[in-house]
Design a protein. Sequence first.
Length: 271
Amino acid sequence: MIKNIGILGFGYMGKAIAKGVTEAHADCNIFVYDKSKQKTENLFSSNIEKTSSCKELFTSANTIIFAVKPQDIDKTLEEINLFSSEIKIFGKNIISVIAGKSISLLAQKIKTNNICRFMPNIAAQSRYSTTAVSFHEKADEEFKNNAVLIAESIGKAFVIPEKQIAAFTALSGSAIAFVFQFIHALAMGGVKTGISYDDSLKISAEVLKGAYETLKDTGKKPMDLVTAVSSPAGTTIEGLSALEEKAFNSTVIDAVSASFNRAIEIENSLG
């Protein structure tokens, strides 16, 4: 069971996780610490308690979520090392949402096998994140189960090998921006054909939601549904032809590939 969680770094993602966990697990106590006191001034749940230091956070919780910026992790690990002899550090459960920092690096610094990485996306704030979860090869089952529960509190969890993190980053973390861009483009198409932007945006978002629900409910492949919608000499095939002329499919594939390549660069540069 999830009882006490510490969140180190209370920026956008730290707050999103805290919100999701408190809503999904009402009996869970969350302790937070951020070097910026302003970020922990307005806590939105009675189950969330701010701590005065990184040391106090580690003392208060057994599962620690690292949500600091990548450029701050080395300094944070140095700080943890200073008090590691005073309190039990090596038995802690560690969850990292830090891009580019490997499980092996954290295991080397903190000396525990119960380590995993989360790769959520911006939808975590509304509890619809698509989150990758990758574990240390020797992590125990209880920790794995609890980590997945935490990931599911902000959306859908996918347990994958760490070697797939970069690909997942491209397909989820970056590609959600492509989806936002596509919705905006649809809405602008609506404007061009005479509907206000606000109305077009609402319609486009509902179309996307309907497409997802149809895929889920029917179990059909996307191209089967594309074919079903496309009547001979109809409106849909005309639009699809226009997309094909602009290399829509190839462009999307190239965008995911470009994001993947950059994710690999970041993984290799940060370790």
